[in-house]
Design a protein around this ligand. Sequence first.
Ligand code: M6R
Length: 628
Amino acid sequence: MCGIVGYVGDNYDISVVVEGLKRLEYRGYDSAGLACVNIDNSINSKNEIKYCKSVGKVGNLQQKIFQEYPNLIAADSNFKSNQQLNVIAHTRWATHGEPSTINAHPHLDTSEKFAIVHNGIIENYENLREHLIAQDFTFKSETDSEVIANLISYCYEGDFFAAVASAVKKLQGTYGIAVISTEKPDEIIVASKGSPIAIGLRENDKIIASDVVAIAAYTKQVIYLSDDDIAIVTSNNIEIRNVDNVVIEREKKTLDWDIESVSKGEYAHFMLKEIFEQPQVLANSVRGRYNLDLATANLAGLNLTAQDIVRLNRIVIAACGTSLNAGLLGEYYFEDLAHIPTEVDQAAEFRYRNPIIEVDSLVLAVSQSGETADTLAAVNEAINKGAIVAAICNSVGSTIARRCGRGVYLHAGVEVSVASTKAFTCQSVVMLLMALMFGRCRRLNQQTGQDLIAEIIKIPQLVEEVLAQSDEIHRIAKKYVKCCNFLYIGRGYLYPVALEGALKLKEISYIHAEGYHAAELKHGPIALLCEDTPVMALANKMPGKDKVIGNIQECLARKAPVVVTATKNDADIEKLAVDDVIWLPEASVYTTPIITAVALQLFSYFVALERGCEIDQPRNLAKSVTVE
Ligand code: M6R
């Protein structure tokens, strides 16, 4: 979704912000823009804000800057100061108002003294806007964000910080903002509430961003703002205060990953790279987290004692999209292995349905990005209700991880492709480890624990074997490129995998795909079956396989083409007259869902590739959904 980048320092080149915006492209956006303060030192002249915005890719913005400000790179450019560069930039994912140049950020106040970029949603913008219009402020865009620029201007009485502080006090909703002003051309003020802002630290300049991916190429030292923090950032200083002007210290963090890991390398797409990374990242997720002698998992970040675990009376998993599907798989693990009643909530519903949460309830927020607005709202609700709340996140230092204060990181590395792949399998394996740990505290004997660890350790090798089928899966995928609908069916542990397989196919290939419990077929979806509607049936050797075979027969009887995922050498499947079989290695009930998901990721990838889709950034989608 929207992305913020800013730079203050003595490097006159805007490439830091343009590169930063490009690094944020993976998050999804529809327009981009930047603004800076042009300092004029001549007598009787005044500073002014220059800006440039365009619809579409950052490349379009870059071109427009070069057309409108041909000397941009030169130190005497009229776009920026020859003393210092102070620039804020943004990629917008439209919420209020269509993607257009006017709606793109930055937004300026009526007097053009202030420019802002904003991530998040201002819920009370209509009231504020009416109030400001009555005070003769004017508005150009349809956005909620523009109100912030005019509000700061309205609150300005000669003190830039005080104006931002009193403006944000009036905002309801979420914001990550960066503000520049002609009045203080050497400062960027940033503020955050429910929408992240990080500041990259260098000696003579500072880079701000809503996602550290835009910073990592320049520095590994960052400070994350917490909710209600406001920071005055200059080239050689950062001062953080709260809205009441009290100075606050925030710890410096070191980014522990390399920017190289955020490049495609030899792969055509990030998605393919991330699918192929899975043996490695799954090993990372598991490494150092089990103890064979004690036959259990070590997940110290959960900060739960054995007594806490024994007392747990319920687990509630809150998540969205692919993370929700991983949560559904987690439900099977927790109930089977630890016998803890588990329910999975669409995070957006969690706080509106008044969930039953008690002190011994564990709420797990599962989120790759750790920034998903609905999941964050669920976390806040669970904390307010007094639950133990833990995060399963990939992005280190993300808002959800920090808000929960306990949890397990995936160690999957940055996931760039909008379609989540490695996060799903790592989330699943982390929940499997957690179920093992809980199970050992509550009911599993040592032998069962050791057997399970042996299976978990084998996952990376099993995934390698699935990846070795890539060419064959590509061959099969080519046959289904022209279809418009696809049904995915599975039972038991493979039911969440059917949902995830269908989600993956629809989001990157734009083929309408739905996942169903195989038993549900007869209760409605079977009406869709015909020779143009293929079915992906998950029929690996698992409990319920025979029933899935029955469902496959029902599909074949209605002339639907059927693709099956099956366990190698399964004679029952060999006998079936299905169209295609994706043969997968023999694995346990706990690990089969994970490896089957990998096969379905490859299938979706190849279908999308053959259809010529824009795989890494599918239309309308954003990598992290930071608005509700
Ligand atoms: O970052 P999160 O895991 O919280 O994101 C949740 C969903 O937005 C995400 O999984 C989305 O469904 C992906 N595009 C799926 O590939």
